[in-house]
Ligand binder design. Structure first.
Ligand code: C5P
Length: 222
């Protein structure tokens, strides 16, 4: 039913993990598959949007008519987002960005010698918070993966990162999330009286969940 509700809108999406180099042959990353972000890109395009997908390393086909930009690290992802965000009506941060990266990247392969070694890490930039706190942000949607007190943390993150909407996953349910083809989330946003509103999207395919997220975003975007 919602075909065309994003007609003429630009939707910018981040997806997948990031990869933070340790040396020329090693990296720090996580198990994000990118499936939720790619589903959002496919469905946004079906709903009429012009979609740009900024993807960390993912083994997934590019959805039809979606412009895909491949990146590796969080810093590259931030740069790719900043280069395109002013043209976006919606920004959906679905990537599992590595929170930390190695402080220094070794120029050549680190040799094993000592029986233990320490890898020093520094915080990565928060792409979502950077976009949401910019002077003229698009309608910005973040994700929150929590194991407990999901609503409390989601509400806190919504306000702290100045998001228009947040999609909260309960990652204590191992049948959904990360590599799964299904997901279940709750959406949270603040109404015009700054009252917290929520809408559950019950367990369904990531395509159906993506549709629920995009329909609600389109409804709230003024
Ligand atoms: O604070 P937390 O990492 O739980 O926030 C998750 C949300 O923030 C997700 O939407 C994720 O894509 C985004 N994020 C980001 N850049 C980071 C860390 C998280 O865009 N460095």
């Amino acid at each position: 039913p919602a075909e065309g509700v994003l007609q003429g809108k630009h939707v910018l999406i981040t997806a997948g993990p990031t990869r933070e180099a340790v040396d020329p042959v090693r990296y720090v990353s996580n198990h994000s598959s990118g499936k939720m972000g790619f589903a959002l890109a496919a469905v946004a395009q079906q709903m009429g949007a012009e979609v740009t997908l900024i993807a960390g390393p993912c083994h997934l086909p590019t959805p039809p008519q979606v412009k895909r930009i491949d990146v590796e690290s969080a810093e590259q992802m931030l740069k790719a987002v900043q280069d395109r965000v002013t043209a976006a009506d919606f920004f959906i941060a679905c990537a599992a960005v590595a929170d930390y990266r190695p402080t220094a990247v070794a120029d050549s392969k680190i040799k094993k010698s000592a029986s233990s070694m320490t890898l020093e890490l520094v915080r990565n930039p928060d792409i979502l918070a950077t976009v949401a706190s910019s002077s003229k942000p698009p309608f910005t949607v973040g994700f929150a993966a929590e194991t407990h007190a999901v609503a409390d943390y989601a509400q806190d993150k919504l306000k702290r990162k100045r998001l228009a909407m947040i999609a909260a996953n309960d990652v204590s349910d191992t049948s959904i999330g990360f590599n799964s083809d299904e997901n279940a989330i709750s959406l949270f946003w603040l109404d015009s009286q700054q009252q917290l509103q929520s809408k559950p999207l019950d367990k369904a395919s990531k395509q159906q969940i993506a549709r629920g997220i995009l329909e609600q975003a389109a409804r709230l975007h003024t």
